[in-house]
Design a protein. Sequence first.
Lengths: 118, 118
Amino acid sequence: MSQFGEYIRNRREELQKNSPSMFSLRKVAQEADIEPSYLSKIERGLQPPPGQTTIEALARVLDEDKDVMLALAGKVSDDLSKIIQKRPKLFATLIRELKDMPDKAVLRLVREVRDGEW
Amino acid sequence: MSQFGEYIRNRREELQKNSPSMFSLRKVAQEADIEPSYLSKIERGLQPPPGQTTIEALARVLDEDKDVMLALAGKVSDDLSKIIQKRPKLFATLIRELKDMPDKAVLRLVREVRDGEW
DNA sequence: CATGTTGTGTAGTATATACTACACACTCCA
DNA sequence: TGGAGTGTGTAGTATATACTACACAACATG
């Protein structure tokens, strides 16, 4: 079961509390350029999550992290895929190696890279 | 243009030189559980690369790296996708950060992780 | 009490993905 | 010289993906 629908419904309803007119299902659907009934079905899990473009539009409208939303939909952002595909062995090895590492350890790597410890 | 077809044709012909009977198009197709005509078309780029399962079968038969072959087909292995999807922000940040880093730098990270420099 | 706005139900469609089935021509070689 | 094996051409199919179009009932609100 993809939690995608539940997640965006919760998020939308939360936003709707503060600005009811801006976050009705119809408004959000319109912003994301899809039919309201389609969004309704997605939110209730009657339809699988939409395509990458629509997910990104929804992430924008709902001010959510695009990578998190894609993950909930069982996808990986195209830009990440392309980075991996340019050096598949390298990234495959690294990612598999990091699979069971605690967040802290991975974050340390990120910081190391960012600070340019070379 | 996906280089996938050209790549596996070259690889197969190379293997065919040494063991002609084991690496005919038909034999390879049979091992990979697809129709010869389909493989023929894939090799000549008349069909897009096959699905993940078939690519993995071909990688096995041709003794090639599965991640490299998937990359040539514009895909990313499902197991890698799942690792990313479990901690999307973390991995997205890391991968984007490593995008333009030289191989050496990334390899150093891999070694660091493997050797458990914590 | 009519009008607008809410979410939802039904019934589709277009396009892509991932193939199969089978006939054909050519070459090798016993 | 005919039978096995080579690759290829044509013509499909099944299933999944990613949606649209429109009608409808419930609610509120002016």
